[in-house]
Write a protein that binds this ligand. Structure first.
Ligand code: MNI
Length: 476
């Protein structure tokens, strides 16, 4: 079946022969799927850093903030921060009132068709660790994540540091991690608690269609174990135990695993081991690494030598990530759980475009770090947009009823080719931002179901089995 539909007053013109440069053709791409079986292309934010130390564990992010994000950037995904200290405030007691608050926010996303990944966040282990304040400068909590009752520094010092990352190598913090991973042999119960906390979360969201994934641990740190000893050892072990705990109550949500942060965020290959999914049917393990090229953080932004070095990092990072997803995890879909930068740096827009191009080619979802107000985020504290809003607001297919063979999007053109799966009855959905879209819509091999001006979604459906090609160009 071939359909060509005229929308927005334009003419469905003959196809020009613009090359769709960099279309994704790698055979190894795979995608998270929704309940209807559609491949999901996920674009959104981490929400939010402000939840890390909030007493109620909630981000400083209202439903009105989501309405604005949705209208101005067309996101369909969020990596929503949760924490072990909030889930399990006392050993074995799971805070249902906290999960109610999370569920309420998940409801905001559900109403707008989003998918949610819950991220068990930590930085520097726990908010219960205080820097020594001998100088009287009022050093407060330095990290977030684990509950106080699961924090054992064994009296080792944590001295005040100028950079937050340096707290990771303070003796008291190292010991807290060594106790968590039971490298000390003294706390075999902590990883068990962690896995069971995940079971409590999964129990709550097992029947929730909006929550599609659980990101097991943010930016893992092995304390005195590093790289292979850590990743192939207790980290893989924790992931397997958490996966098993989740599967005892939730068969269908995706389980996301990440490598150690240090080094791998910057492109070094991970040595994570295989995590097996005990569910019946296809494996639903996804790989959710972060991307933070070191040169970008050194002040120069994405220009000059820093750009050259960042480009090299990007190549090694991608090869390393795809190797683990394909060879270790057996063709797992990829979500870039975090990447982000100060949007006022030179070349920031180019770097953003670069990462989203890379993600498209990898078939990867993206959650940008983060939606918090400021120069890294989409809005300043006074509500003024940064360049992020305009840069992220691009056309993309959101849910594809079959295999997304290739797609590309520029300000003046969206192209999608997919191979329909006749077992999927739900339509394919394509988000088209303002600026003249949809203009001309040309569909080969399928019919347009509708164009919804409100949600800015174009939906197409195919009853045939041949490849479908959708081309949209905005009205001039
Ligand atoms: O920059 C980091 C980072 C640096 C150093 C370390 N260690 C020494 C263990 C770990 C992580 N992370 C990047 C971003 N990720 C967090 C949230 O997950 C953000 O606050 C950082 O900007």
């Amino acid at each position: 079946m071939t359909g060509s539909l005229l929308l927005g007053g334009g003419i469905a013109a003959a196809q020009s022969s613009l090359p769709s440069s960099g279309s994704n053709t790698a055979a190894t791409r795979s995608y998270l799927t929704d309940d209807a079986g559609r491949s999901l292309i996920l674009r959104g934010f981490n929400t939010a850093s402000s939840a890390k130390s909030a007493p109620d564990g909630m981000p400083d992010f209202t439903e009105a903030d989501l309405v604005r994000e949705h209208a101005e950037m067309g996101t369909n995904f969020v990596r929503f921060l949760i924490s072990w200290r909030s889930v399990e405030p006392e050993p074995g007691r799971y805070d249902q009132a906290y999960l109610d608050r999370v569920e309420e926010r998940v409801g905001w996303y559900a109403e707008r068709g989003y998918k949610v990944m819950l991220d068990m966040h930590q930085d520097v282990y726990s908010g219960a660790i205080m820097a020594d304040d001998t100088a009287g400068t009022g050093a407060g909590p330095i990290g977030n994540g684990a509950p106080a009752w699961a924090t054992y520094t064994d009296g080792l010092p944590v001295e005040k540091q100028d950079r937050w990352e340096l707290y990771y190598i303070q003796p008291g913090v190292m010991r807290a991690f060594d106790n968590f991973w039971n490298t000390t042999g003294k706390h075999p119960e902590l990883m068990e608690h962690y896995a069971n906390a995940w079971r409590a979360v999964a129990e709550r969201f097992a029947d929730n269609d909006t929550v599609v994934a659980y990101d097991l641990m943010n930016e893992p740190w092995g304390g005195s174990l590093q790289f292979e000893e850590f990743e192939a050892g207790p980290l893989t072990d924790l992931y397997q135990r958490s996966t098993n705990a989740i599967r005892s109550v939730d068969q269908d949500s995706w389980v996301c695993v990440a490598p150690q942060a240090v080094g791998v965020n910057q492109g070094i290959p991970s040595r994570l081991g295989k995590v097996s999914d005990p569910r019946a049917g296809e494996q639903r393990i996804a790989y959710c690494p972060h991307l933070y090229p070191l040169p970008l953080d050194l002040g120069d932004g994405y220009s000059g030598v820093s750009k050259t070095l960042t480009d090299v990092t990007m190549r090694t990072w991608r090869a390393s990530i795809e190797q683990v997803a394909n060879d270790v995890l057996g063709g797992a879909p990829i979500i870039i759980g975090e990447f982000g930068l100060d949007t006022t740096l030179p070349g920031a827009r180019d770097f953003l475009d670069r990462v989203y191009t890379e993600a498209r080619e990898m078939g990867a979802g993206v959650s940008y770090w983060s939606s918090d107000p400021g120069t890294w985020g989409p809005y300043m504290p006074d509500g003024t947009p940064t360049i992020l809003v305009e840069t992220l607001n691009k056309a993309y297919p959101r849910a594809v009823a079959g295999d997304p063979v290739s797609w590309s999007a520029a300000a003046d053109r969206l192209e999608l080719t997919f191979r329909p799966d006749s077992a999927i009855t739900a339509p394919t959905e394509i988000y088209l931002p303002q600026s003249g879209f949809p203009g001309d819509v040309d569909v080969e091999g399928a019919d347009v179901v509708e164009w919804d001006r409100q949600s800015r979604l174009l939906t197409v459906r195919s009853a045939a089995t041949g490849d479908v090609t959708v081309t949209v160009t905005p009205a001039a």
